[in-house]
Structures are given as C-alpha cells and as structure tokens.
Design a protein around this ligand. Structure first.
Ligand SMILES: [Zn+2]
Length: 285
C-alpha cells in the first residue's frame, strides 16, 4: 500500500504570483521523439501558461534499427557509428524541444543509457542529477499497450521519486494519441491536453527534415512514421489518470531510494514492432 504521498497529500506547493507552480515542469523523454509524440501539445500548453518547462532526455538513441537500415546507408554511402547516429538524433531532439518552446536537457553520452538497458534506478539517478528536487515530473504512461522496457523504466522512476518524497507534485503520464482507446478500454480516464496548443507540421519538422550536408537525417520519421502521421491527424496530448500505481511495490527501503517494479518481459515470439503494428488504430473521437 502506498500512503506516504497520495495525491491528496499534495501540500505547501510554491505558487508564483501569477498563480502557476514555481517548480519547473520537467518532461522526461525516454528517447528522442518521445517528447513530441507522447507529450508535445502538453509541453506547448505548459509553456503557454508561463511555466519553466524543461525536457530531459534519458536514452542515447544509439540502438535504433534505423542506423543500419539500407535507406540510411544509401543516403550516407556508409553506416554511421552509434555515437555519430546518437548525436544526429540529439540534434533532432534539441530542435524539437526548442520548437515546442521548452529547454532541452541533454546529459552527456556517459550520463545517458543505451536503449533497452534502462532501469528505473538509472533513470531516477539521471533525473536527480539534472533536475532540481521538487520538480513537476511528467513522462510516458505504462498503460495503452505500452511495451517498451525503457518507457516502463521512466514511468517507474518518476513514480518512485514522487512516492519517495523527492517531489510533492503528483506526476503526470501521457500516452500516444492512437493508444488512448486502449487506455479507456482498460477502465482508466484520459484527459486531452493542449487543446489550444496542438502540434503543427513545423513541430514535427525536426524529425523529418533531411539534409545530409547539415547532418539532418530525419531519423524520427524514418523510425516511427505511422506515429507522426497519427499525430498529424490528432495533434493533442492524452494524459492518463493513473490513480494507483499499477505494479509499483510498497516502499520498503529508504523512502528516497527508487524502487524498481518487476514487470514481465514481452513475449519473445512476437517482435515488439509487430505488436505495435497489430495494435495500431486511429480513433474516431
Ligand atoms: Zn521511446
């Protein structure tokens, strides 16, 4: 049972004269492009409300299959090394975050993590190092047919930092626009955010723009083009109201230690990408 910091325990939160929280809003992005696809309109909305909005990148971006795909090899006439590939993706991320009006936080390569090797404790350590305690944390939801272990790690790190008292502000979690029906089907509430700050083509451009001489490779769009198309049709953010942590165990260690939630691995017989394809559906609401 988690009683230490239920949302109703929110207290003594510093509010500025303008009536907005003084704590920075820190959106934790597991990988480059997650900030836009999961949380883009919400980021813009926080900016429009005058918040100090920062977007913290966790992954290195080095393990994407796009790096070794023929389309990229043909474009470059070579296969980039992981570090070069990750750096190009960082530039996409930085451009994207600035286009949303927020401040990118890109830790060093050493401070970040390889994809598929991320644990909640790792993510919590990165957040502690790069965001002030008491930050208003936001990240990806664990619901909506989410499958990526790195995304679960970011979710659990944020949940644990709140549960452990690192911040008093209840976290917010977001799902992809085309996954919201799956969240509703699971019986949870979904809140549309960014109604007056939708994502426009210019916000997606950093992940689509290609110019080899400028080291712009359009990696994001090559990687998950359907996600970008779905967002173009439904350009808002969808916050999942996670009233109770689904699988987060009670804190039995020091209350400031992050807790890793055990989670079954996806079926090894079904490639993750194929599972996403089978779940892909564009809602008509
Ligand atoms: Zn991701």
């Amino acid at each position: 049972m988690r009683t230490r910091h239920a949302p109703s325990a929110t207290r003594n939160l510093a509010i500025t004269r303008a009536g907005i929280p003084a704590a920075p809003a820190v959106f934790v992005s597991p990988h480059q492009d997650d900030e836009l696809l999961f949380m883009g309109a919400a980021i813009r909305e926080h900016v429009a409300r005058g918040r100090d909005v920062r977007v913290l990148l966790i992954g290195r971006g080095n393990k994407s299959s796009v790096r070794t795909r023929p389309c990229l090899q043909e474009m470059l006439d070579r296969t980039p090394c992981e570090k070069e590939f990750g750096a190009v993706r960082d530039r996409e991320f930085e451009w994207s975050v600035r286009g949303l009006g927020a401040t990118p936080i890109i830790p060093t390569w050493e401070d970040r993590l390889d994809e598929n090797a991320v644990t909640p404790a790792d993510v919590a350590a990165i957040i502690r190092k790069h965001a002030p305690s008491g930050s208003d944390l936001k990240t990806v939801s664990e619901y909506g047919d989410e499958y990526h272990s790195d995304h679960f790690a970011c979710h659990d790190a944020v949940a644990s930092l709140f549960a452990g008292g690192w911040t008093d502000m209840p976290p917010r979690y977001y799902t992809l626009c085309f996954r919201k029906q799956a969240v509703l089907d699971a019986g949870l509430r979904v809140v549309r955010e960014g109604v007056s700050t939708p994502i426009a083509p210019e916000h997606q451009e950093p992940y689509k723009f290609v110019n080899v001489e400028e080291s712009r490779w359009g990696v994001g769009d090559t990687s998950v083009r359907k996600f970008f198309s779905a967002q173009a049709r439904d350009p808002f953010s969808y916050r999942v109201v996670e009233t109770e942590p689904a699988r987060l165990p009670a804190l039995t260690t020091s209350p400031r230690e992050p807790v890793a939630a055990p989670r079954p691995a996806p079926s090894p017989n079904v490639p993750a990408r194929a599972r996403v394809e089978s779940w892909f559906r564009v809602p008509d609401m």
